[in-house]
Design a protein around this ligand. Structure first.
Ligand SMILES: Nc1ncnc2c1ncn2[C@@H]1O[C@H](COP(=O)(O)OP(=O)(O)OP(=O)(O)O)[C@@H](O)[C@H]1O
Length: 554
């Protein structure tokens, strides 16, 4: 078998009239100055550099005139006799360059060749290597929400993304949505999905949610799976999803790429990145309600969303306003939370370890689950959940949150559950019991500080595969009898249940499901491990940046 580092080409080429040794392996393009300049020049290329072939966007042939003379660095220099005479054709390589805060840019370097034949050999060799990268998309279906965020979706796509896709040779079918749920319904019914390698969503989290609802639903119908059954294992999507951030909330993009930048997202799509992602299905009484990938929040976060939806006229300030209002209201809700703990996995919600690019926790737990699923298929399907026992917690809660990812965003860099994983088949169930306003404030403030937000007596967190919530008002008589025995001293709870308008607390909150309000409070949630894939690679550690940008590191 051919070694990945086998040298394919080695030539002496010129970059801005300086001689370089340029080499191409299967995985790396490198260039190195033949005689390093003793004097540092800010505009001259540095000594040596390598670019992974997987991060080359494309290679382009240049006109002789342009390459040998046009690409001046702007500095005055004496032209030596005979310089440039040996320059035939030139070619330009466009590649990914990492910038600060996880942003990627498209950089380029032009190599001038001694002859046309050498140039042709280089161009065709690089193109051959690029063509062998099977993970790169060639046909994409693009949905643009022209009304998301600041209504810039169309402009962002046309000015920042379309040209990059074009250069990378990606053929697109672009649909500008005409109404809410246009993309979802189109994916569900009309589209010949086999023609595409992926779907691109230009918009915010609401638009992304539309796309996954259309795609997941379609996959189930095609595979003959009943989406209304909470017990069915869902069929994974073969199409990856790319997010070009153009909304007012772009949390999913931030959590999977590390930044909300359209060019960075476009480059992740072009290089064919793949980031698996868990999806929670939410059911009520055996009826499908919604899918969730980030946050399911009852109590505080549900109330903030419900209140802020009534104040859309306030713009983004409505979230702060409703947040303060709901904090002061200090409503708590009674009910029972039952959950199936995630057993046999590595990682806990209190780890210091974070889900990052190439996460070992996601890889390990994902493998574990797929092996278990295979075993289940061979044995009796009813045994599949017997690896864990359901546990039930009853009480009064200020907030019940299920975080399937850290939910970090520019406002809350740590997120609701900093150690949650994108693709480990679990969700972090966070229960905040009734406590004083002061204590609740301490918990909320810890989301933005270094302190552990779970290290408080009234907060508990469990990593789970499945959970159910039943508001006290919907509990069965036997459950209520259990409650009564557990809370003998709480004589007013019965009065509040029968008279929810007595002023102690409203009877129900709503579930905030990735920014949408659910129509039911009693829900059954199940995590589907790695159900979808995104054109992303997770957040890269700073070391990756340093190594790849360091001229001599590779
Ligand atoms: N053409 C359209 N007209 C009106 N609404 C649309 C259209 N296309 C998509 N939508 C809906 O707009 C909603 C918001 O879109 P998006 O997430 O892109 O922007 P956003 O500004 O982040 O929104 P929000 O903050 O309200 O979630 C989505 O739920 C989507 O269903």
């Amino acid at each position: 078998m051919e070694k990945p580092s086998r040298l394919l080409l080695l030539s002496e080429l010129r970059v801005r009239n300086l001689a370089y040794d340029v080499s191409l392996c299967r995985s790396l393009l490198s260039w190195k100055r033949l005689v390093p300049s003793p004097v540092y020049h800010p505009f001259r290329p540095s000594g040596s550099r390598s670019v992974p072939v997987s991060e080359i966007i494309c290679v382009r042939e240049e006109e002789e005139e342009k390459s040998s003379r046009g690409k001046s660095d702007g500095s005055w220099r004496k032209i030596k006799e005979g310089e440039g005479k040996d320059c035939g054709q030139a070619f330009t390589v466009l590649y990914v360059q990492r910038c600060q805060q996880h942003r990627w840019r498209c950089a380029e370097i032009t190599f001038t060749c001694p002859s046309d034949a050498v140039c042709q050999r280089w161009v065709s060799s690089i193109r051959e290597q690029l063509a062998s990268l099977a993970s790169r998309p060639k046909h994409l279906l693009v949905y643009i929400n022209p009304y998301g965020g600041k209504k810039q979706g169309k402009r962002i796509y046309e000015q920042k993304v379309a040209a990059l896709f074009d250069q990378a040779g990606i053929v697109t079918q672009v649909i500008v949505t005409e109404h809410a749920n246009h993309a979802r319904d189109h994916l569900r019914t009309e589209t010949e999905l086999k023609r595409f390698d992926g779907v691109v969503c230009v918009g915010g989290d609401g638009m992304f949610s539309e796309i996954i609802h259309g795609l997941i639903w379609r996959m189930q119908i095609d595979a003959g799976v009943d989406p209304n059954s909470p017990d069915e294992s869902l069929s994974p999507s073969s199409l990856r999803i790319g997010i070009i951030p153009a909304g007012s909330t772009d949390c999913i993009c931030f959590a999977t790429v590390g930044t909300n930048d359209p060019v960075t997202s476009a480059l992740h799509i072009i290089v064919g990145d793949s980031q698996p992602m868990d999806v929670c299905s939410v059911h009520h009484n055996n009826t499908f309600l919604r899918y969730s990938v980030s946050l399911l929040g009852y109590g505080f976060y549900g109330d903030v969303l419900t209140d802020s939806e009534r104040k859309r006229w306030m713009g983004p300030a409505r979230y702060d306003f409703s947040g303060v209002k709901m904090f002061l209201s200090h409503h708590y809700y009674e009910g029972a939370v039952s959950y199936l703990p995630a057993k046999g996995i590595i990682g806990t919600p209190r780890d210091a370890f974070r889900c990052r690019s190439g996460c070992v926790v996601c890889h390990h737990n994902g493998l574990l689950l797929s092996e278990k699923a295979e075993q289940c298929e061979m044995e009796d399907a009813s045994d599949c959940e017997s690896d864990g026992e359901w546990r039930t917690i009853r009480g009064k809660f200020l907030a019940i949150n299920a975080a399937s990812m850290s939910c970090a965003c520019p406002r809350s860099p740590k997120g609701l559950s900093p150690a949650a994983h994108l693709a480990d088949g679990t969700t972090d169930l966070i229960l905040v019991r009734k406590c004083s306003r002061f204590n609740f404030l301490r918990h909320l403030i810890r989301h933005t500080s270094k302190d552990d937000q779970f290290d408080l007596t009234f907060v508990e967190v469990h990593r789970v595969r499945r959970f159910r919530f039943t508001p006290r008002q919907c509990q069965s008589d036997s459950d209520l009898e259990l409650d009564r025995q557990e809370n003998k001293h709480q004589i007013f709870s019965q009065i509040c249940r029968d008279h929810p308008a007595c002023g102690c607390a409203p009877a129900y909150s709503s579930w905030n499901c990735d920014g949408e309000i659910l129509s039911h409070s009693a829900i059954d949630v199940r995590v589907h491990c790695q159900l979808i894939k995104l054109f992303a690679r997770g957040i890269e550690e700073p070391t990756v940046f340093q190594e790849l940008n360091h001229p001599c590191a590779i």
